[in-house]
Design a protein around this ligand. Structure first.
Ligand SMILES: Nc1nc2c(c(=O)[nH]1)N[C@H]1C(S)=C(S)[C@@H](COP(=O)(O)OP(=O)(O)OC[C@H]3O[C@@H](n4cnc5c(=O)[nH]c(N)nc54)[C@H](O)[C@@H]3O)O[C@H]1N2
Ligand SMILES: Nc1nc2c(c(=O)[nH]1)N[C@H]1C(S)=C(S)[C@@H](COP(=O)(O)OP(=O)(O)OC[C@H]3O[C@@H](n4cnc5c(=O)[nH]c(N)nc54)[C@H](O)[C@@H]3O)O[C@H]1N2
Ligand SMILES: [Mo]
Length: 733
């Protein structure tokens, strides 16, 4: 990495024991019975060994319960909890690597300050005292001279801990009055889209998938992003269920599916309306369900008439016969589950695509039934006491400005309305690596290079973003602090115990914000709370979903299931009409078609024909099994098994460009360029290319990753990112 600092790891057995004694009750050893369960699962245990339970806090549906084995103060092995129904004893390929992640020789273990030009790679080790003083002096100066809004926290999902991500940092930023970050990179169009239809966002319990007869995976790549759920889908298939995959890419699960509908990206609303055209016009819908529990059916009937299957074929590229086949299957085979992914809605028209798809289960009566339903995200089941966690009451200026994280490059360059006259002067990055993961990264880099910008990065590793920091604070990993986590697909709250003390001088986000608060002179008691107190406050929301889920119960059991039955079993919906809305007045008020509509993507042959001539390929950059967004790329074991910086290209597109499998190619558009290796395959259709998110720039050939090409345009709903509305051209190098 070329940085002039020497990581050291000094934790003697004596200091470990002193630390573990100091951790007291929060540091519980697992019981003998549990240890026997672990050993029965094949974990060898030479004495003396201790075992600790973690909740993997990566941004991942699965949120595995892990068990780490510690010998002489060192984690020697990490496995999955064999008793957990979803984790079922095995982490994913990345989870297996955790010991090498924790003890990576390039972990940052001390505060560092820049010792050369920004991005130059020269660092000087400093004390925590100097680091804190530098930051708080800067903050105090900015607050007094230019206002607290010139300070912007940037964070997202490096760890999703309720304490260390969603909790304590917000208390600090509220009190300080910093600009708010609109955290809209991920699933934020699909949420409002789903709410327009059902009034809330939530999914069904994946452990009930086995009861379905038809599983429709619409824009999800389970084999990469959700491996622990596949066993439930397979159990359903063992019971005779059919599997349908609707995805522009032939994913591993699509290869095994009964039907793979390989549509053009960004055309899903047209497909959904075409399917509804068949179901309605052939009289296959659930008439009594529609009459009893929905409003606006007549408007839907009218709307689908403009989506006959021939027209839908020309928009989506899906043969009319396949649309009819699926429509008839979806109306006939019950119970059915329709699972919608997040990748698709990261498009300029993503919200409207999810809205159109969300109408399907209601049309065939698959809402509130066992083994059936619609699945998006479990956000509404995270029934924590958010006010106690984040303390919005500490924010004096309720009108504080908000900056969309998807426009971070523009914001740093003063190119947004909010930042033109009041520039961002301090950027505090934690739990995120924006320079690698966000859109239009060349612009972000220019922003980070600003000499008048003071940037702090808190991370366990020297990331692309950290390279441009003025100050780097060493973050402890989740094996080194206490927290709780929630799944966003399964229904659990899980305790995360520390297994070892923080390596070197690294600290948890909680500790860092506590000390910053002290030095800023914030004397509210909440700033000095231990993790256990924050967890207790968060769980104490009074929500019936959390009945029986307490800190003490979590310490004893490590994970506890939410108290939820079949969602919508009572057929009550939190929409304005109290019913499922095929026609939505709120959608109309927000400027959308009140039923649903196919809107061509903002970059494409219809919307930008001239651009399409120069850049005729639609570039998808979804997840790979090897990374969690930007994490793990720096692990040797992952590098060994990672296919490298590939781009999938159809033989037709490769042939017309003289590209053969294994050739290095340049992928480019007006925003940037990236060098990738061609994988010539029919897994993508002509006109579509695909390369996984989100390697580090500095570990990528040519020093640039795929997000150098990604647009910073916002999507139609929720201010979401639009990674997939991205036209490119490819040339052999
Ligand atoms: N091209 C493309 N890009 C995408 C996407 C896409 O589909 N395509 N998806 C987007 C989506 S959906 C998301 S959610 C984002 C995710 O992007 P991010 O939220 O940035 O998430 P990660 O890359 O997982 O982790 C960011 C950093 O957190 C650090 N970290 C880990 N644990 C801790 C900790 O305990 N404390 C601190 N302080 N830091 C820690 C890691 O070392 C890492 O550098 O990426 C987006 N980027
Ligand atoms: N291994 C691994 N797991 C992860 C992540 C990771 O980086 N690696 N990221 C995590 C994060 S942050 C998130 S948000 C989730 C995301 O979970 P998913 O939604 O499953 O993942 P994505 O890869 O973003 O997108 C899923 C699929 O959308 C498809 N897609 C793209 N455009 C379209 C379209 O227009 N129509 C249709 N029908 N499909 C389309 C892509 O081909 C891709 O297969 O996964 C999480 N889990
Ligand atoms: Mo995400």
């Amino acid at each position: 990495m070329g940085n002039k600092f020497k990581p050291e790891m000094k934790m003697t057995r004596r200091s470990f024991l002193a630390w573990s004694a100091a951790m007291g009750a929060g540091f519980s050893l697992i019981s003998l019975a549990e240890r026997m369960t672990v050993e029965a699962a094949g974990v060898k245990s030479p004495e003396p060994a201790s075992y600790f339970y973690q909740a993997c806090p990566r941004n991942c549906h699965d949120t595995c319960t892990l068990i780490s084995k510690v010998v002489n103060g060192r984690i020697v092995h990490v496995t999955g909890d064999p008793t957990h129904p979803i984790t079922a004893g095995t982490p994913c390929v990345k989870g297996h690597c955790y010991p090498t992640w924790v003890y990576h020789p390039e972990r940052i273990l001390y505060p560092l300050k820049r010792a050369g030009k920004k991005g130059g790679g020269d660092w000087e080790r400093i004390s925590w005292d100097e680091a804190y003083t530098t930051i708080t002096d800067k903050f105090k100066h900015l607050i007094a001279s230019e206002g607290a809004e010139t300070i912007l926290p940037y964070s997202y999902s490096g760890n999703l801990g309720i304490v260390n991500n969603y909790g304590v940092p917000f208390r600090f930023w509220n009190k300080l009055g910093a600009s708010k970050l609109e955290r809209a990179v991920c699933s934020d169009a699909g949420k409002p889209a789903t709410k327009y239809t059902y009034g809330q966002v939530g999914g069904i319990d994946p452990e009930t998938y086995a009861r379905t007869q038809l599983f429709v995976s619409w824009g999800v790549n389970h084999a990469a992003t959700n491996v622990h759920i596949i066993k439930f889908i397979n159990r359903a298939r063992d019971n005779g269920a059919k599997l349908v995959e609707i995805n522009p890419v032939r994913t591993p699960l699509a290869s095994q599916a009964d039907l793979h509908i390989q549509l053009r990206p960004g055309t899903d609303a047209a497909l959904a309306l075409g399917i509804m055209h068949v179901i309605i016009n052939e009289g296959l819908y659930d008439q009594s369900f529609v009459e009893t529990y929905t409003v606006g059916f007549d408007r839907l009937v009218a709307k689908v008439q403009s989506y006959p299957v021939e027209r839908v074929e020309s928009i989506t590229g899906v043969p009319a016969a396949a649309i009819v086949e699926f429509a008839r299957m979806y109306a006939a085979v019950k119970p059915s589950i329709l699972r919608v992914g997040y990748g698709m809605q990261r498009n300029s028209n993503g919200g409207q695509m999810v809205r159109a798809i969300s109408l399907l289960p209601a049309l065939v009566g698959m809402v509130g039934v066992e083994g059936g339903g619609y699945v998006y995200i479990n956000g509404d089941y995270w029934a924590y006491d958010w006010k106690a966690l984040q303390r919005p009451d500490l924010l004096a200026n309720q009108q504080v400005r908000s900056i969309n994280m998807n426009e971070i490059g523009k914001a740093l360059k003063g190119q947004t309305v909010e930042t033109k006259d009041k520039p961002i002067k301090a950027l505090f990055v934690y739990n995120s690596n924006p320079l690698a993961m966000a859109t239009n990264t060349n612009l972000i880099k220019q922003g980070l290079e600003r000499e008048d910008l003071f940037t702090v990065v808190v991370d366990p590793f020297m990331t692309d973003t950290a390279d441009y920091a003025d100050l780097i604070l060493p973050a402890a990993t989740f094996f080194e602090y206490e927290d709780i986590n929630s799944d966003y697909l399964g229904w659990y709250v899980r305790l995360n115990q520390p297994a070892i003390p923080p390596l070197g001088e690294s600290k948890s986000n909680l500790e860092i914000f506590a000390e910053l608060a002290k030095r800023m002179g914030y004397d509210e008691a909440c700033f000095q709370e231990a993790a256990s107190a924050v967890i207790k406050a968060a769980l104490n929301s009074g929500s019936p979903l959390f009945a029986g889920i307490t800190y003490e119960a979590l310490q004893a059991k490590h994970w506890l299931k939410l108290n939820l039955g079949t969602p919508f079993a009572d057929k009550k919906f939190k929409t304005p009409s109290g019913k499922i809305e095929f026609y939505s007045e709120s959608l109309a008020k927000a400027g959308f078609d009140p039923v649903a509509e196919h809107v061509p993507p903002a970059e494409g042959p219809e919307a930008t024909p001239a651009l399409f001539i120069r850049y005729p390929l639609r570039f998808l950059t979804p997840a790979t099994k090897h990374f969690i967004t930007t994490q793990f790329h720096n692990l040797p074991y992952i590098q060994e098994i990672y296919d490298g910086p590939v781009i999938f290209i159809n033989p037709q597109d490769a042939g017309s460009r003289g590209i053969e499998a294994g050739d290095w190619v340049q992928v480019f558009n007006d925003r940037g360029q990236v060098r990738l290796k061609a994988a010539v395959t029919e897994a993508v259709k002509p006109g579509v290319v695909m390369s996984p998110k989100a390697p580090w720039h500095k570990l990528s050939p040519g020093g640039s990753n795929i997000n150098a090409l990604a647009p910073d345009r916002l999507g139609d709903m929720g201010g979401v990112s639009t990674y997939h509305t991205n036209l490119v051209q490819i040339a052999k190098v």
